[in-house]
Design a protein around this ligand. Structure first.
Ligand code: GCO
Length: 261
């Protein structure tokens, strides 16, 4: 029930970060994998990495926030690879700026990439999923789909909205055998969170690093590999009656009040 043989999966932002590992997991479960990137250089680097990992992917460069570019790209992918059965909306950015210092343009940019783009991507793939008799949409949510913290107002607004977009797609298209769920990574050790783990000048751990360890029952940061199993689960037959759910892969952060310090 976890096999993805014969399925076509598209992972946006799949050339690096957690998207790379999610795409690799889908490939290893049997899917034909397509990855998107916003630029050629990042895509080429990612495809080389995939090759070293023995993973064959089809790469396409397009801007996920541009509906015309997305429509053209999806049509090209459907001709060259096949109709998309599994969409992973992973592409995302974050700007860590105190809200009152953040420019409106900066706020809008984060909303555009992290929330509007998943809307555009889902809108582009759902019609042919319906024709095909069903499909899977996995939106990469966040701890910030549930919690706020200083300096991430735009990101939290987008990821909170993405949780509700997930529920709405599930509500509106569940009757077509389309399951739309979220994956909510906890604090995962990637480039995106590297600034939160940088060693201090005196060689001590970053205060945020110590904070997260104290907030996580597993007492560790997540590894991108921790997302591979949940991704295959939500992409496969095994989750055909799971819809509108956000599966948090957070080592228990959301369940835990935090260590007494
Ligand atoms: C931050 C982090 C988080 C993680 C992830 C947590 O600045 O708080 O970047 O947002 O990236 O989203 O689920």
């Amino acid at each position: 029930m976890f096999s993805l043989k014969g399925k076509v999966a598209l992972v946006t932002g799949g050339a690096h970060g957690i998207g790379y590992f999610m795409a690799k997991a889908l490939y290893n479960a049997g899917a034909t994998v397509v990855v998107n990137s916003s630029n050629e250089a990042s895509l080429s680097k990612g495809v080389e990495e995939y090759k070293k990992d023995g993973v064959t992917v089809h790469g396409y460069v397009f801007d996920v926030t541009d509906e015309v570019a997305v429509t053209e790209a999806i049509s090209k992918i459907e001709k060259e690879v096949g109709v998309i059965d599994i969409l992973v909306n992973n592409a995302g950015i974050i700007k860590r700026i105190p809200m009152c210092d953040m420019k409106v343009e900066e706020f809008k940019k984060v909303i555009d990439v992290d929330l509007t783009a998943p809307f555009i991507m889902a809108k582009a793939v759902i019609p042919n999923m319906i024709k095909k008799g069903g499909g899977k949409i996995i939106n990469v949510c966040s701890m910030m789909s549930e919690l706020g913290r200083e300096t991430v107002s735009a990101y939290a607004s987008a990821k909170g909205g993405l949780k509700m977009l997930t529920r709405n797609i599930a509500s509106e298209y569940g009757k077509y055998n389309i399951q739309c769920n979220g994956i909510g990574p906890g604090y995962i050790a990637t480039e995106q969170t590297a600034p939160l783990r940088e060693l201090q000048a005196d060689g001590s751990r970053h205060p945020f690093d110590k904070f997260i360890i104290g907030k996580t029952p597993a007492e560790r940061w997540g590894n991108p590999e921790d997302l591979e199993g949940p991704t295959v689960f939500l992409a496969s037959k095994a989750s055909d009656f799971v819809n509108g759910h956000v599966l948090y892969v957070d080592g228990g952060i959301l369940a835990y009040i935090g260590k007494q310090i």
